[in-house]
Design a protein around this ligand. Sequence first.
Ligand code: BGC
Length: 522
Amino acid sequence: MPAVSGIDKGNGRVYPGYLTPFVAITCIVAAMGGLIFGYDIGISGGVTSMPSFLKSFFPSVYEKQQANSSANQYCQYNSESLTLFTSSLYLAALIASLVASSVTRKFGRKWSMLFGGVLFLAGALINGLAQDVWMLIVGRLLLGFGIGFANQSVPLYLSEMAPSKYRGALNIGFQLSITVGILVANVLNFFVAKIKGGWGWRLSLGGAMVPALIITVGSVFLPDTPNSMIERGQHDEARKQLRKVRGVNDVDGEFNDLVAASEASKQVEHPWRNLLRRKYRPHLTMAVLIPFFQQFTGINVIMFYAPVLFDTIGFGNDASLMSAVITGLVNVSATFVSICTVDKWGRRRLFLEGGAQMLICQAVVAACIGYKFGVDGNPGELPKWYAFVVVIFICIYVAAFAWSWGPLGWLVPSEIFPLEIRSAAQSVNVSVNMAFTFLVAQVFLNMLCHLKFGLFIFFAFFVVLMTIFIYFFLPETKGIPIEEMGQVWKNHWFWSRYVGQDDFLANGGLEMHKEETAVNNV
Ligand code: BGC
């Protein structure tokens, strides 16, 4: 049995090429697609804790909040319609990412990004002008459609464009934009909440038009990836593009492998049904479990509801928004750790270290909150230093997520799927992510109300599970050319039962007629 944690070297093929300024700029622009997602994550939590916003759209929550001082702190924000406002977006994104699969495959990655930007722009406009709850919801559905398209196409775009040696760092540009989007939104919320007249939330919601314009205009100018051009039969342009992207003339090796992958891809009529084949079992497992686990780290409890959570543990409204800014800063800074190390240390090490660190923090936070708030949720007089300790551990937890499951939750799926199922599998990845983001957003306030501090123990349990999963089942993918990835499954102690030696050929192509042999090999 090969080592559980060994780095697979693929077939040892290294394509010539550099990190050219062209590819660097292209990837930076494309990564901006993460801004719209991040901005929205950061804006929602802050807006839903602004009294003027609550008073206009969710008066019952507002009244409960006003009369709260001695009430059960765990339950003051619990409202179905308020959570529906936050989470409706994720249902829309789930549906859009499924549609985006065909657009990304048939028309190229850049059109999906452009489409995503335009939809998001429309949603931001409607939200900024909202007069009634239904306008808020319609706006959020449009934002969700935009995010579905962008999240489906941007990670694929980045992983295809990047030379394999730098793929991790360039792909994490997407997560970096997500975190920058969250931070900008948090800072904006902090300032607009102070606007007299209580219309500051309009700036927050309408401000989403800025990141939307960046990705919309940016994607007009982006070239498509050589992989996608070949997939659509534009061989000559693709060869030229590949030379430009890699900065060398001799791109024959890589080009031929891309063509082989594309030929294999053409024989696949039903990418969705294809996903269910035995040899794609590892890919399907990762496409489902990685986003599922990413959401069950509990990160969005902090991202969406940090101000609400900090308010709950006794900070004033202002201090709560400020704490959200602090966690936002930690989130951005820690992402750089991942950018600098992911192609050196590999994906597995970051996953494992991040998991252990998150677990420790969750245990401490659960103990701190449980000790003071008990089960009735009334802490009496809460010393400031106590809340401070909780915030510190929440920051260490956010840092761990920001260099592990955050970026890797997008990077790993985007680099492991073979071309013939790439678009469909990425849609599965995005939809599962959105479905569980929805679930966590929808039930969190209710869970806080009922599970109380046990909520943190609930997520800690999943962190244990996911860390064990990574240790045993995720092969290392660092540095392996994307169309050569089949090797890692063949050499894996467990997945080699599903992927036979002939399934993914050394040249990255897939020999269809060998499939049956592979199945019988098990
Ligand atoms: C996740 C989001 C999360 C964000 C936090 C992303 O990778 O998909 O759900 O809010 O990271 O930075």
